[in-house]
Design a protein around this ligand. Structure first.
Ligand code: NAD
Length: 298
C-alpha cells in the first residue's frame, strides 16, 4: 500500500533511503537544513517542505534520519518541529541512532499528541542504503510495526521486531558497541600480520576459513582500508558519537564497559588526529602510522 511519507535528513543514509521509498511507489515530502541536500532530489521526485512542522502536517508517516539525539530532539519537539504539525493518528518513525532512553521519552510525548512512534535504526551502512538491503531493528507497538512493514521493506531486506519502544535503539547500540570494538581489533591484528611478513591476501584467505572471520572483515574493510580508500560510508565521527551514546547508556543502566571505553578513546584519538570525516574503518590508520605498515591489497 502506498503511503504519504515525510522524510527529514537527506544525508549519506537518508537520501538513498528516500530514493528507494520513491521507487516503491510511496509519495514523498522531504526536509533538510542543508539546501544542497534538498536540491539533490528533483521537484518531480519529491515535494519540498520549508520546516518539519509543514512536512508532518502533510504526512501519514514522518521519518527522521538525523545525526544524533540533539538533532532529533530539535526537529521533533523544537519550534516548527514535527510535533507542531503532526495530525492525531499519524505515525512518527525515528531511524537515527540515538539514546534509547530519549527515544522512550519521545514516544511518550508523541503518545500524548495521539500519535504513535517507532524507533527503527539501521545497520549495514551506505552501500545497503543504496541497494535497499538495510537491516532494520524496530521498537514500539507490534500493530504499528505491522502497519509500517511495507515502508521498511522498501528500504531493507532484514526487518526485526525487537519489542517495546526503545528496544530497536538498544539493539542498535549493542551492534555498534560490537563494531566499535571489532574494527580496531581487525586493524590491530592485520597490522601485526603484515609487519610479521605475511601478505594481506594470504591472511584473509586463512581467516575467512577460520574462527575469527567476521561480517565486517568481509564487507566493510575490502571497500575501504584494503583498497587504500577512506571515502566515508559511515563517518568515523558518527562511530565516535555512537560510542558516546553507548557510554551514556551504560552509565544509566549501569553496566561495565571495559572494551567499549577503550574503543571510545581510540575513536576520540582518531578524531583528534583529524580523520573524523573519513570512513570509520580508517581507525586502521592509527595502527598503520605507529607500525609503519598498511594492510592493502597488492
Ligand atoms: P549525515 O550526516 O550524512 O546526514 C544527516 C543529515 O541530517 C544531513 O543531511 C544534515 O544536513 C541533516 N540535518 C542535520 N540537522 C538537521 C536539522 N536540524 N534539520 C534537518 N536536517 C538536519 O549522517 P548519515 O550518515 O546519513 O547518518 C544518519 C543517522 O544514521 C545517524 O544517526 C547515524 O549514526 C546513522 N547510521 C549511519 C550509517 C552510515 O553508514 N552512514 C549506518 C547506520 C546508521
Amino acid at each position: 500500500m502506498a503511503h504519504k511519507i515525510g522524510f527529514i535528513g537527506l544525508g549519506m543514509m537518508g537520501l538513498p533511503m528516500v530514493k528507494n521509498l520513491i521507487k516503491a511507489g510511496h509519495s514523498l515530502i522531504v526536509y533538510d537544513v542543508d539546501r544542497a541536500a534538498m536540491d539533490s532530489l528533483s521537484d518531480s521526485e519529491a515535494l519540498k517542505a520549508s520546516s518539519p512542522a509543514e512536512l508532518s502536517a502533510q504526512s501519514e508517516i514522518t521519518i527522521t534520519m538525523l545525526p544524533s539525539t540533539p538533532h532529533v530532539k530539535e526537529v521533533a519537539t523544537g519550534p516548527q518541529g514535527i510535533l507542531e504539525g503532526i495530525k492525531a493518528g499519524s505515525i512518527y518513525i525515528d531511524m537515527s541512532t540515538i539514546l534509547p532512553t530519549y527515544t522512550r521519552e519521545l514516544a511518550t510525548i508523541f503518545k500524548s499528541a495521539e500519535c504513535k512512534m517507532l524507533d527503527a535504526p539501521v545497520s549495514r551502512g551506505q552501500p545497503a542504503a543504496i541497494k535497499g538491503t538495510l537491516s532494520i531493528m524496530v521498537g514500539g507497538e507490534k500493530e504499528i510495526f505491522d502497519q509500517c512493514l511495507d515502508v521498511f521493506k522498501a528500504m531493507g531486506t532484514d526487518i526485526y521486531y525487537c519489542g517495546q519502544s526503545g528496544n530497536g535503539a538498544v539493539v542498535k547500540l549493542v551492534n555498534n558497541l560490537m563494531i566499535g570494538i571489532i574494527a580496531p581489533a581487525i586493524s590491530e591484528a592485520l597490522v601485526m600480520g603484515i609487519k610479521g611478513g605475511v601478505k594481506l591476501e594470504t591472511i584473509l584467505e586463512v581467516i575467512k576459513g577460520s574462527s575469527s572471520n567476521s561480517w565486517m572483515l568481509e564487507n566493510f574493510f575490502p571497500l575501504t582500508v584494503f583498497n587504500g580508500s577512506f571515502k566515508p560510508g559511515f563517518k568515523l565521527d558518527l562511530m565516535k558519537k555512537d560510542l558516546g551514546l553507548v557510554h551514556e547508556f551504560a552509565l544509566q543502566l549501569p553496566v561495565p564497559l571495559f572494551l567499549g571505553a577503550l574503543s571510545q578513546q581510540l575513536f576520540e584519538i582518531a578524531h583528534m588526529e583529524g580523520i573524523g570525516d573519513l570512513d570509520f574503518t580508517s581507525i586502521s590508520q592509527i595502527y598503520e602510522n605507529l607500525a609503519g605498515v598498511k594492510p592493502r591489497f597488492s
